[in-house]
Unconditional design. Structure first.
Length: 275
C-alpha cells in the first residue's frame, strides 16, 4: 500500500499508541524517509522499530524542508498544550492535524493554527498494538476528501475506523471502545476470581478465564451472527448457563445496569477533561 503524501508524516509522541501506529504504517509500506518522530523519550518498542527501519526520532523538530502532509499528535493530553504549539508552526496550508489525545477538542488545536486548517480528532484503543484496534474519528469542516482518506489509511493500519459527524459523540466512543478493553480485562479478572470461589486453584481459574474471554472474542469477530444469537447458542433452557444469566441479566442490578452506568461515567469524565 502506498500512502499519498505531499510531505512527511510527523508523529509527535512515541509511547505505546505512537509505537503501535508507527508499526502499522511501516507494515503498510510507509517509507522510513516519509516519517519523522518527535519524542525526547520514546518507548523501547518505538526506538527499536525506528532502529530496525532507519526512521528518525528526534527530541524536537526545528525545521522541515517541506510542510508535513499530516501532523499526528500522540502525546498525553496533559502535555499537549506544551508540545503542540511549536509543532503547529510547521503546518502548511494543506497539512491535516490528527490528534489521538483524549479530551482535547478540535477547537483546542484550531486556536494554534491559521484559519480554515484541517483538524481530525481520533480515539483508537489499545488492541491497536496487535493491529486489532478500532478508532472513532471526527474532522472539522475544513478536512478535504483527500485528507480524510489519508487519515483513514493511517488509522486503519491498526484496525477498523468509524467516522462520526458530531464531535460531541467522541466522548461516547471513548467510553465504549477507548476505555472498553479495560472492561474486558476486568471481566477476565472477576471471572477468574469467581472460579476460585467455586473451588478452582488460581492458576487454573485464570487460564480458563483468559482462554474463554479471548476465544469468545475471536468467535464474535469471525461470526456474522448477532451477539445475542451467540449467547442463545450457549444457553440451554434450564441449564447451567441459564442459571448464571438469570443473575447477570437481572433488571435492577444486572450487568446491563452496571455497564450503562460505567459507560456514562466515562463519557461524563471525558466531557470534563475537554472543558
Amino acid at each position: 500500500m502506498a500512502f499519498a503524501l505531499d510531505g512527511p508524516v510527523v508523529l509527535a509522541g512515541a509511547g505505546k499508541m505512537g509505537a503501535a501506529l508507527l508499526a502499522g504504517w511501516v507494515s503498510r509500506g510507509l517509507r522510513p524517509d516519509d516519517v519523522i518522530v518527535q519524542d525526547p523519550h520514546p518507548s523501547e518498542d518505538a526506538a527499536e522499530l525506528a532502529r530496525q527501519h532507519g526512521i528518525s526520532i528526534v527530541p524536537l523538530i526545528d525545521a522541515l524542508p517541506v510542510p508535513p502532509s499530516v501532523i499526528v499528535a500522540a502525546v498525553k493530553p496533559q502535555a499537549m498544550d506544551a508540545v503542540f504549539p511549536p509543532l503547529a508552526k510547521h503546518a502548511g496550508p494543506n497539512t491535516v492535524v490528527m490528534s489521538i489525545a483524549a479530551g482535547k477538542s478540535l477547537s483546542s488545536f484550531e486556536r494554534h493554527l491559521p484559519q480554515r486548517m484541517a483538524v481530525v480528532r481520533a480515539m483508537p484503543n489499545t488492541p491497536a498494538a496487535i493491529g486489532r484496534g478500532i478508532t472513532g474519528a471526527v474532522g472539522n469542516a475544513h478536512v478535504s476528501a483527500d485528507q480524510k482518506r489519508l487519515c483513514q489509511e493511517l488509522l486503519s493500519a491498526v484496525g477498523d475506523v468509524v467516522w462520526l459527524d458530531d464531535e460531541t459523540l467522541i466522548d461516547a466512543v471513548t467510553a465504549v471502545s477507548g476505555s472498553g478493553p479495560a472492561y474486558v480485562f476486568l471481566l477476565t479478572e472477576t471471572l477468574a476470581r469467581a472460579g476460585e470461589a467455586a473451588g478452582l486453584d488460581p492458576a487454573t481459574s485464570m487460564q480458563l478465564a483468559r482462554a474463554t474471554v479471548s476465544g469468545a472474542g475471536e468467535l464474535l469477530r469471525r461470526s456474522e451472527s448477532d451477539p445475542s444469537a451467540l449467547r442463545q447458542n450457549v444457553t440451554s433452557p434450564g441449564g447451567t448457563t441459564a442459571a448464571a444469566l438469570s443473575v447477570l441479566m437481572r433488571e435492577k442490578d444486572g450487568l446491563q445496569e452496571l455497564m450503562t452506568a460505567a459507560v456514562l461515567a466515562a463519557q461524563k469524565r471525558g466531557r470534563e477533561l475537554g472543558n
